[in-house]
Ligand binder design. Structure first.
Ligand SMILES: [Zn+2]
Length: 452
C-alpha cells in the first residue's frame, strides 16, 4: 500500500500504457467492442467438442477392477509423475497387482505425491476432485470420502453425463477399440504395431494364430496385415494409429522388399524365443509400415501418429521427433497425417513441418496437461504459421472422465486467452476468433474423421 502511494503517478501512467493496444502484432482489424474477452470465452464454453483421443476405462471394466476409488484419477499421468518423483517400481507394482483399501494405497503414494503435487498432471487431478466431487486436496483425510463419492457416482450414468453434458462432447475417439454400448458417440482408431515393431519368431507366430492362418512368407505376413486392417475397416475404425515411437524411431526408410525378406527369413528360421534388435529388424518393420500406408490410402483412412513425449519412463525421446517423418509426408501426398500431442517438445519443428506439408495436421491432445505453458506458446505460433483447417485442439488422452473434464476446461481457457489476446491487438476480429475456435474444437476433426 505504502509503495503504491509513493509511486502513485508513475503507476497510473504504467496502467494507462498497459491498457492501450499492444504493439506485438500487426493491427489489421478495428479495435474490438469492449467485453470481447467475455464473449469469446462464452462462445468457446458453449462449443460442441470433438474429442480426438482418449483411453477411457468404461464403467463396467472399472467395476471389475481395483481402481474404483481415488486412485482412478491417477491413471496414468499421476502415476507417471509419482514414478518420476522417485517411487520405486516395486511399490508401483503393488498398487496395480493387489486389491488394497484407499488408505493403504495412500500410504504408498503419499511421499511421492508430496514431491510431485506441483506438476500440471497433478493439478488437473486436484481440479477435478474439487469441482466434480467438492473435495479440497488429496491427503490422508480426503482419500476415503473421495473414494466413497467416486464409487457412488459410478453407480449412476456419471460416465456419459460428464462427457456428454458437462464437457459437451459430440464424438469421442478412443485409442484401440470401440466401447460396447457407446456407439452413438464413441469411435475408435486402431493400432497395427504388432507388425510395425515385429522382431521375433514368436511375434510372427502370434500373428498367425490370431489370423488362424500360417505365415510362411513375407507375402503371407503382408496378407495378415491386410486382413486385420480390412476387418477393422468393416468394424468402423476412423483412423490408423501409429504407436511405434514408444519402441523404435519414427524414421521409416523407403520399402526394400529384398532386405525385408532377409529379415523375415532370419526370424522364421530362428528358435521359438529368437529375437533380434529393433535396428536389425528395421528393414522388415519399415517395409510393413509402407504396406500399412498403402492400405490407409486405399481405404481413405487418416494416419494418426504418436509424436513427442512418451508416457511412462526411460523412453528415447528422439525416437518420436516428427522430423523423422518428413520423407513419409512427401511420399504419400494423398494421405492425411495427424501428429498427436503437439509433438511436445518439438513444437517449433512441428510448425515448420505443418507449414511445409499440406497433408499434416497438428493435434494438441494431451499437450494441455503435459504443459499449459507450451500449448499457450505454440498455439500462438501455430495460428500464425499453419492454415487453421489443419489445427485440432482437443483430446484428453485420459483414462478417467474426471481428467477429461479438467483438461478440457484448461484447453478452453487457454484457447480463449490466446484468441482474446490476438483480438485485443487487432490481429483477428472477434468473429474470426470465434470461427477459429469452432474449427479447431469441432469442424476440422469432424471433416477429417468423417463424423458428420
Ligand atoms: Zn494416448
Amino acid at each position: 500500500m505504502l509503495i503504491l502511494r509513493k509511486y502513485r503517478i508513475p503507476l497510473i501512467l504504467l496502467i494507462l500504457a498497459a491498457s492501450s493496444p499492444a504493439a506485438a502484432q500487426l493491427r489489421i482489424k478495428p479495435l474490438p467492442v469492449p467485453g470481447f474477452e467475455q464473449r469469446i470465452r462464452k462462445y468457446i464454453d458453449t462449443l460442441s467438442i470433438i474429442d480426438t483421443h482418449e483411453h477411457l476405462v468404461g464403467p463396467e471394466m472399472l467395476s471389475n477392477g481395483f481402481f474404483l476409488d481415488f486412485s482412478l484419477l491417477l491413471l496414468q499421468n499421476g502415476y507417471d509423475d509419482l514414478i518420476s518423483a522417485g517411487m520405486p517400481d516395486t511399490l508401483y507394482d503393488e498398487l496395480f497387482n493387489e486389491e488394497l483399501p484407499p488408505a493403504s494405497k495412500w500410504k504408498i503414494i503419499e511421499p511421492w505425491w508430496q514431491n510431485s503435487f506441483n506438476t500440471s498432471f497433478n493439478r488437473i487431478i486436484l481440479y477435478g476432485i474439487k469441482h466434480l466431487y467438492g473435495i479440497d486436496g488429496l491427503n490422508a483425510s480426503t482419500v476415503g470420502p473421495l473414494s466413497d463419492k467416486i464409487k457412488k457416482a459410478y453407480e449412476t450414468n456419471w460416465f456419459d453425463r460428464i462427457l456428454l453434458d458437462s464437457c459437451r462432447i459430440r464424438y469421442l475417439i478412443k485409442d484401440g477399440n470401440y466401447m460396447p454400448g457407446k456407439d452413438n458417440y464413441v469411435k475408435y482408431v486402431k493400432r497395427f504395431d504388432n507388425w510395425l515393431i515385429l522382431r521375433s519368431k514368436f511375434g510372427i507366430d502370434s500373428l498367425a494364430i490370431q489370423q488362424l492362418d500360417p505365415i510362411y512368407s513375407l507375402e503371407d505376413l503382408e496378407k495378415s496385415l491386410t486382413l486385420a486392417f480390412e476387418k477393422e475397416v468393416r468394424k468402423g475404425m476412423v483412423a490408423v494409429k501409429v504407436f511405434a515411437a514408444y519402441y523404435r524411431t519414427l524414421d521409416f526408410a523407403r520399402a526394400d522388399k529384398e532386405s525385408a525378406k532377409k529379415v523375415f527369413r532370419t526370424l522364421v528360421n530362428g528358435d521359438m524365443d529368437f529375437r533380434i534388435s529393433m535396428n536389425d529388424a528395421k528393414p522388415l518393420q519399415d517395409y510393413l509400415f509402407h504396406h500399412l500406408m498403402s492400405l490407409a490410402l486405399k481405404y481413405d483412412m487418416p494416419v494418426a501418429i504418436h509424436t513427442g513425449l512418451q508416457a511412462g519412463k526411460g523412453k528415447i525421446i528422439d525416437n518420436s521427433n516428427p522430423e523423422h517423418l518428413t520423407n513419409v509426408f512427401a511420399m504419400y501426398p494423398g494421405l492425411n497425417f495427424v501428429l498427436y500431442h503437439g509433438s511436445f517438445p518439438y513444437g517449433g519443428e512441428l510448425s515448420a513441418i505443418a507449414k511445409n506439408y499440406r497433408n499434416v495436421y497438428i493435434d494438441m491432445n494431451w499437450a494441455w496437461s503435459v504443459s499449459p505453458t507450451y500449448t499457450r506458446y505454440h498455439l500462438n505460433q501455430w495460428l500464425e504459421m499453419v492454415p487453421v483447417n489443419r489445427l485440432i485442439a482437443f483430446g484428453g488422452d485420459a483414462m478417467a472422465v474426471e481428467n477429461v473434464y479438467s483438461e478440457l476446461i484448461l484447453a478452453r481457457n487457454i484457447v480463449s486467452d490466446v484468441l482474446s489476446e490476438k483480438v485485443g491487438e487487432g490481429y483477428y476480429s472477434e468473429d474470426e476468433a470465434k470461427t477459429i475456435s469452432r474449427m479447431i474444437f469441432h469442424d476440422n476433426a469432424e471433416r477429417l474423421y468423417k463424423l458428420k
